[in-house]
Design a protein around this ligand. Structure first.
Ligand code: 4NP
Length: 151
């Protein structure tokens, strides 16, 4: 059975759609299924932010087909690993967990990197932040893809 990975941010329009597209692009989709969601419900049904679509396109990752959805408690059972983009997302997800098993599935994406920067910054109010966000997510996903492939 495929390993299921969920990428989570606040809006599910900037960071986690990129994380979904980037990781899915690095792994065999028969083996590993990647999805994304937001803890907030502001943009449900929307396409990713045009700035995320654009930075993805620049790096040959097409995320334009994705549609925003909100994280739900059912995701704790549906996914094997849940990656939060920042500590606020992490806290919001953990607050919905019903048991330790659920909590143990939740990690910060950048834990995969040996870095002091543990958070992917929210680029929503920063037009220049998208390229930086892309590279942070890409580096983490390279490490995660290698680990998943070795399982
Ligand atoms: P994201 O960025 O969490 O990376 O998708 C945001 C998108 C929208 C909002 C906040 C963050 N918002 O407040 O609408």
């Amino acid at each position: 059975m495929a390993i299921k990975v969920l990428m989570v941010c606040l809006g599910n329009i900037c960071r986690s759609p990129l994380a979904e597209g980037i990781l899915q692009n690095k792994v065999d989709s028969d083996e590993i299924h990647v999805d994304s969601a937001g803890t907030g419900g502001y943009h449900i049904g929307s396409k990713p932010d045009p700035r995320s679509i654009e930075v993805g396109k620049r790096h040959s990752i097409d995320i334009s087909h994705q549609r925003c959805r909100q994280f739900t408690t059912a995701d704790f059972d549906a996914f094997d690993v849940i990656y939060a983009m920042d500590r606020s997302n992490y806290r919001n997800i953990i607050a919905l967990a019903q048991n330790e098993h659920h909590k143990n599935k939740v990690k910060l994406l950048l834990e995969a990197l040996d870095t002091s920067t543990m958070e992917v910054p929210d680029p929503y109010y920063d037009d220049d932040g998208f390229e930086h966000v892309f590279h942070l997510i890409d580096e983490a996903c390279t490490v995660i893809a290698k680990k998943l492939d070795n399982k």
